[in-house]
Design a protein around this ligand. Structure first.
Ligand code: NDP
Length: 312
């Protein structure tokens, strides 16, 4: 069991973590980045990325993350294939313990542990994931130009995804398990006024249906929860928008979270309630959730960590 000491410890290796690493390394802070459970973060489970600036043509999400990590290593970040299981933020330097048994001791901490999309948990959802089933309209909506899609959920995310998709797809059907939406009124009004969108109420998706080899979604089987009636809705794509969970379990006792468990940061900053601890990317952002905004806040976190260190 080893012990490593650094000025900046970055937990998480998605767009936020890698960018924080690049900036911290280039500032001469010799950062350590600990990968976490899903090295590269959420972009590693998407395919084509067309909205990350710098590439004329679509690039693959896993490839983009590989490049970001290589760039972080190239400029001097030490990268550990470990998952932090425990943190002590009660005093500086902070101490983080990895699953490996190794200990990371750091003057500042950048939390970039991201968020995970919630899924319905059906076998067929996994089977068609990336073959018609997605949890991100901004990432995958473009592939459904002039096609029919369904969106599952009734919160702000579902309504935003449905409205976003209505600009691209020929028809959008929102499927919600109750008879009213929990999304904000203004979003609901826009949704109901959009001629391309219709809503199926009181219904749960029971199965994603499609062809095999190649896998391709063709319909969803739904159950009306009031009448018990089963029916099929033909569709080319299905967007699961039943919420995201920020990966904040590790910090919930030490760091102030908002009502949805996202880390609360000072507006216009990545500062948390603990001096020397910064949060970047989806773990503190429930509104934008884009790779480029995660990278942006990762940069901010590294610059703020650098300023903090030079002031102490
Ligand atoms: P929410 O938790 O608000 O909504 C989740 C929706 O999915 C609910 O309608 C819920 O149904 C439904 N749902 C949950 N689990 C299942 C399931 N197993 N099967 C079927 N349906 C299910 O998540 P959001 O991602 O929409 O929002 C999270 C937070 O982020 C909220 O605070 C939201 O306001 C905020 N947000 C803000 C935005 C903005 O300001 N622009 C944009 C997006 C999100 P039910 O209603 O029955 O519980």
């Amino acid at each position: 069991m080893a012990s490593y000491t650094t000025k900046v410890l970055i937990i998480g290796s998605g767009a936020a973590g890698c960018t924080a690493s690049i900036y911290a390394a280039r500032a001469g802070l010799n950062p350590i980045m600990v990968h976490g459970l899903q090295p590269g973060g959420q972009l590693t489970i998407t395919s084509d990325v067309e909205n990350y600036p710098g590439f004329e043509h679509a690039v693959q999400g896993p490839w983009l993350m590989e490049q970001m990590e290589k760039q972080a290593a190239h400029v001097g970040t030490k990268i550990f294939h470990d998952t932090i299981m425990e943190v002590d933020l009660s005093k500086r330097p902070f101490i983080a313990k990895g699953e490996s048994g190794d200990e990371y001791i750091s003057d500042t901490l950048v939390i970039a542990t991201g968020a995970s999309a919630r899924w319905l948990g059906l076998e067929s959802e996994k089977k068609f994931s990336g073959f018609g089933v997605s949890a991100c309209a901004t990432c995958d909506g473009f592939f459904f130009k002039n096609k029919e899609v369904v969106v599952i959920g009734g919160g702000n995310s579902a309504v935003e995804e449905a409205l976003y998709l209505a600009n691209i797809a020929s028809k959008v059907t929102l499927i919600h398990r109750r008879d009213s939406l929990r999304a904000e009124k203004i979003g609901q009004e826009r949704l109901f006024a959009n001629p391309k969108v219709s809503v199926i109420w009181d219904s749960a998706v029971e199965e994603f249906l499609g062809t095999e080899e190649p896998n391709s979604l063709t319909a969803v089987r739904i159950k009306n929860l009031k009448t018990g009636a089963i029916s099929e809705v033909k569709t080319d794509g299905a967007f699961v928008a039943i919420g995201h969970s920020p990966n904040t379990e590790l910090f919930k006792d030490a760091i102030t979270l908002d009502k949805d468990n996202y880390i609360q940061t000072t507006p216009g900053s990545t500062k948390t309630n603990i001096e020397g601890v910064f949060a970047a990317g989806d773990v503190q952002d429930k509104i934008f959730r884009q790779a480029v905004t995660a990278a942006g806040t990762g940069c901010m976190a590294a610059l703020e960590a650098e300023r903090f260190l030079s002031g102490h």
